[in-house]
Write a protein that binds this ligand. Structure first.
Ligand code: ADP
Length: 606
């Protein structure tokens, strides 16, 4: 562990401690008490032995024994209370970590969410320690580490008198230089033990690192084999032999790593045991000789020897835990980097004017945009102006920038150059949350969650059932609603509720439209809102469109040009800018992309 590793490990713990300080403090106490427990037994045994040797009365000996047992009992009780307290939090480490990551995920700039680098970073943090979670792994390692650290400290405190006698009798055995010599030899052995621990644990850690790519590959193939999705292709194309071969390669790779780890573990074990044996021999010899010349008591021999041996065990644990912690440090770097992703979006303060007449104007002024990390402009010099109440359709080829236009208007991304104004104010000056209230959006890749239907429509746990039913009816789900067992309380999907109902893609799309209607925002933006609908439902949506959106500004993107005919304004996008604008009758007569697209589609309906 170097300083950098420490810095990041501490970063993770500090994040945790901000909300769970009491857990960290009680863990610290637990560490002290846990480390102290074995030494109490050792010290009391020493006292008892001395008492027997000195011929103390039985009553005194019983008192010693009771004091020892009593102290261990009190400590055990304190410990179990502390551990119960910390464990209640420990069991939720995964949830706590997810909560931190989610809070960051919700507040970070949207473009980070589309970045593979950011996505991978989060995946590594989430997956690195399984159900244990990175936070849980770091926390528990730190807990054991504290015990090992305090254990070493207590051993030193107990053993120190063996080296620092004020009364130096017993000739050469009791001399200070004999103590110094023993101290140095012991120090060297412990140092070698420590170094061997660092060496082997590091080798084992590096070997285990080679294991995870195999593990990931295995999981990938297991998903194909166990999931019904992958099985379709697997069966039709008889692809099993490819995977069987791959499985063999993976198994061989895993075995090689496992063998490497086992070899190093055995070597480390042998070296560690040999050094422990030498340490034990030295300690018993030196303490025994000191007792022999009358410098220390028999009981002290037991206490000293046990403490020094405990010290070496603690050193071994310490190095092992350090190596474990080092392997977490690289994920702690990911965690820190993710949590510290800088907010590039300018945080505006302005509140969108709440006009009584509900009037809004939107202007795009020489807007240019390229996605972060890319060179190509996907929006070129876009100039537009529209007012509330207008119904606008956007058409154009794939990749012409239609969805990007919606994302810019909602301020999921900031323009690269130019400016978007709402009611004359640059949208970057508005408070983000307040600005987002202006929009209801049905995205192409909308999500409906496995919650009760009403909560999905209201996007909240508190549902105005009158409004929700109305929105669902306007989106064309009235009949379907009547057949639902629990109305708005019906759970969407069966993942969490046995009585849940599975809905079709088209029905879910209508729910997404109903959610947009329920929000009652001045702008409704729909990106291919009927892509998953059958022709009848599509027709229903378009015929009822005016009723659905009322006086709101509606912008919708569609590939089905026939559905755009009722719009006052149709914008034709090509290569990131608007190349034509007008109603259907005008555009159909005009030479240009619209007519090309219209004719291409019309020939199938002729
Ligand atoms: P449309 O909706 O007209 O099909 P989009 O607005 O989705 O087009 O995309 C416009 C261009 O921007 C396309 O070339 C697409 O590849 C690119 N693009 C879309 N999203 C991203 C992204 N997150 N990062 C980089 N390029 C993107």
């Amino acid at each position: 562990m170097n300083r950098r590793d420490w810095k990041y490990i501490w970063y993770v713990l500090r994040d945790f401690s901000k909300r769970y300080k009491a857990v960290l403090v009680s863990t610290l106490f637990w560490g002290i008490v846990e480390a102290l427990k074995p030494y109490i037994a050792v010290i009391m045994t020493g006292y008892l032995l001395d008492g027997v040797y000195e011929g103390k009365p039985a009553k005194t000996l019983v008192l010693y024994a009771l004091a020892g047992v009593g102290a261990v009992f009190v400590i055990a009780v304190i410990n179990s209370i502390l551990i119960e307290y910390t464990n209640t939090k420990f069991e939720y480490m995964m949830e706590i970590q997810n909560q931190y990551l989610n809070e960051k995920g919700m507040s970070m700039d949207y473009d980070y969410l589309e970045s593979m680098h950011v996505h991978d970073m989060r995946q590594r943090v989430e997956k690195c320690c399984g159900d244990f979670s990175l936070l849980g792994a770091i926390y528990s390692t730190m807990r054991d580490w504290l015990v090992a650290g305090f254990s070493m400290l207590f051993a030193v405190i107990i053993v120190l008198p063996m080296f620092l006698h004020s009364n130096r009798t017993g000739g050469i055995i009791g001399s200070w230089y004999m103590s110094a010599l023993f101290f140095i030899i012991l120090g060297v052995i412990i140092w070698i033990n420590f170094k061997a621990g660092v060496f082997y644990n590091e080798r084992i850690r590096v070997a285990w690192d080679k294991f995870s790519p195999f593990e990931n590959r295995r999981k990938f193939y297991m998903d194909i084999f166990t999931g019904y999705e992958g099985q379709k292709d697997l069966r039709i194309y008889r692809e099993q032999p490819i995977y069987e071969k791959e499985a063999e390669v993976i198994a061989n790779g895993e075995k090689q790593v496992q063998d490497e780890v086992t070899r190093d573990q055995i070597r480390h074990g042998v070296v560690g045991q040999a050094l422990s044996a030498v340490t034990g021999l030295m300690v018993y010899l030196f303490a025994g000789l000191q007792a022999y010349v009358g410098l220390i008591s028999i009981g002290s021999v037991v206490a000293y020897a046990a403490s020094i041996l405990k010290f070496t065990t603690a050193v071994n644990q310490f190095t092992e835990l350090s190596s474990e912690m080092k392997s977490y440090a690289k994920y702690a770097v990911d965690y820190a980097e993710y949590m510290e992703l800088e907010k590039k979006h300018k945080e505006g303060k302005k509140i969108v004017e709440k006009r009584k007449d509900g009037h809004f104007t939107v202007e795009f002024e020489h807007v240019y945009f390229r996605y972060p990390g890319t060179e190509r402009y996907v929006i070129h010099d876009l100039n537009l102006q529209f007012e509330v109440g207008e119904k606008m359709a956007i058409v154009g080829k794939n990749g012409s920038g239609k969805t990007t236009f919606i994302k810019l208007l909602c301020r999921l991304y900031d323009v690269t150059e130019g400016c978007i104004r709402v009611n004359g104010t640059d949208i970057r000056e508005y408070d983000e949350e307040d600005y987002s209230r202006l929009f209801s959006v049905v995205f192409q890749d909308f999500r409906i969650f496995s919650f009760p239907l009403g909560e999905n429509i209201a996007a909240s746990a508190s549902v105005d059932s009158g409004r929700a039913n109305d929105a669902l009816a306007r989106a064309g789900l009235k009949e379907r609603m009547e057949r639902l067992p629990n109305g708005l309380a019906t759970c969407v999907g069966r993942e969490f509720e046995e009585n849940g109902v599975s809905f079709s893609g088209g029905e879910k799309q209508k729910m997404a439209i109903a959610r947009a209607i329920y929000k009652d925002a001045p702008f409704i933006l729909m990106d291919e809102p009927t892509a998953a609908l059958d022709p009848l439902s599509e027709c229903e949506v378009y015929e009822g469109f005016d009723r659905m959106v009322g006086k709101k500004t509606a912008i919708y993107i569609s590939h089905r040009l026939a559905s755009c005919r009722f719009c006052e304004d149709i914008l034709v996008f090509d290569n990131g800018s608007v190349v034509q604008k007008g109603n259907h009758d005008k555009l159909e007569k005009e030479e240009g992309l619209y007519r090309e697209l219209w004719n291409a589609q019309a020939q199938y309906y002729a």
